[in-house]
Design a protein around this ligand. Structure first.
Ligand code: AVJ
Length: 320
């Protein structure tokens, strides 16, 4: 199904999933050190992300959530009876609820997420809220082929909210969209939420919150490497640094070493100069025109666009 879609500045990775340990060692050996953003989401990281979503500065979450009831109302009748929704990077399963409430033809729901316990707990809660729905959670990394437990040949509707697609560079986003078109099959749709370009200061504040939760989220990736790979990072010796790169149209997050230091990771010594960074995330922003072009380049037809208040966020309905 999916090809490898390693994000970021590195040359495209092979189609094999190297796994956490090899990815970390590889990323920390690059001239510009980097870690894949998907590794933020262990249990602790998923909890921090949920906290980010409650921050006043982090507008994408609430803005999209406020838009979805209207989207769902407009969509009622669009999908065929007995359709299946496949959500990529489903997280806490909050955003599917407005769709389930307004669209009665949804029979099966397949949330895919990399954070297993988080997904399991959220799925159980959703199942008890919607007893007639078949909830079939899949713990997996949608950068790679994911086997879907789909029975029959109902219409598949992909759901990819939250601007998660912004973690991919545009070329990788296009290949994700192509693969999703193939995976979801004939007559499928993809409902996708994408953050818009806007004032750099507004973007800056969203990734530099006053309470420092985003900084904790960013540093947690080092604590996770310590926990799971027996490394000896001192997270406090790395500073959260996030900024809007207007030329690239993306927010970048980095962890900047505050001193010269050497860290042991699985028996390898990783040296940091003072001021050297690890690039931990890209979050690309698209104007509606840019995103429509990207979708078209992946073979999708843009059937409908919804813009949130002040054009802060966009939701698109794509048709295969
Ligand atoms: C979940 C990838 C959409 O890029 O805005 C939030 C993650 N990083 N704050 C984003 C994130 C820092 C978020 N995505």
């Amino acid at each position: 199904l999916f090809q490898a879609t390693d994000f970021n500045l590195a040359p495209l990775t092979p189609v094999v999933d190297r796994g956490f340990a090899d990815d970390v060692l590889h990323g920390l050996a690059l001239p510009q050190k980097q870690l894949h953003a998907k590794y933020f989401y262990d249990q602790q990281g998923s909890d921090y992300f949920d906290q980010i979503c409650q921050l006043p500065e982090y507008y994408p979450y609430q803005t999209e959530l406020d838009l979805l009831p209207q989207v769902a109302t407009d969509l009622a009748g669009t999908f065929t009876a007995d359709c299946t929704i496949v959500e990529f990077g489903a997280g806490s399963l909050v955003k599917i609820k407005p769709l389930l409430s307004a669209i009665s033809s949804i029979r099966q729901f397949i949330p895919i997420d990399i954070s297993g316990i988080h997904l399991e707990m959220a799925s159980q809660q959703l199942q008890s809220d919607f007893p007639d729905l078949a909830v079939l959670p899949v713990v997996g990394d949608f950068c790679f082929p994911v086997e879907l437990p789909v029975i029959g040949n109902q219409q598949k509707v992909g759901f990819f909210p939250g601007s998660t697609i912004g973690n991919f560079c545009p070329a990788q986003a296009a290949s994700f969209l192509k693969n999703a078109r193939f995976t979801l099959g004939p007559d499928s749709c993809l409902l996708i939420g994408v953050d818009t370009k806007k004032s750099p200061l507004y973007l800056h504040n969203a990734y530099n919150d006053a309470q420092g939760i985003t900084a904790k989220f960013n540093r947690n990736i080092l604590s996770r490497i310590n926990r799971e790979l027996g490394a000896n990072f001192t997270p406090e010796k790395f500073e959260h640094y996030a900024f809007y790169n207007a030329g690239q149209g993306r927010v970048e997050m980095h962890l900047v070493s505050t001193s010269e230091q050497v860290v042991d990771v699985l028996g390898s010594s990783v040296a940091f100069a003072a001021g050297e960074s690890i690039h931990t995330e890209n979050s690309y922003k698209y104007t509606p025109d840019e995103f429509c072009q990207l979708a078209a380049s992946a073979g999708w037809q843009v059937e409908r666009t919804w813009l949130a208040k002040q054009d802060l966020f966009a939701t698109y309905l794509l048709r295969n």
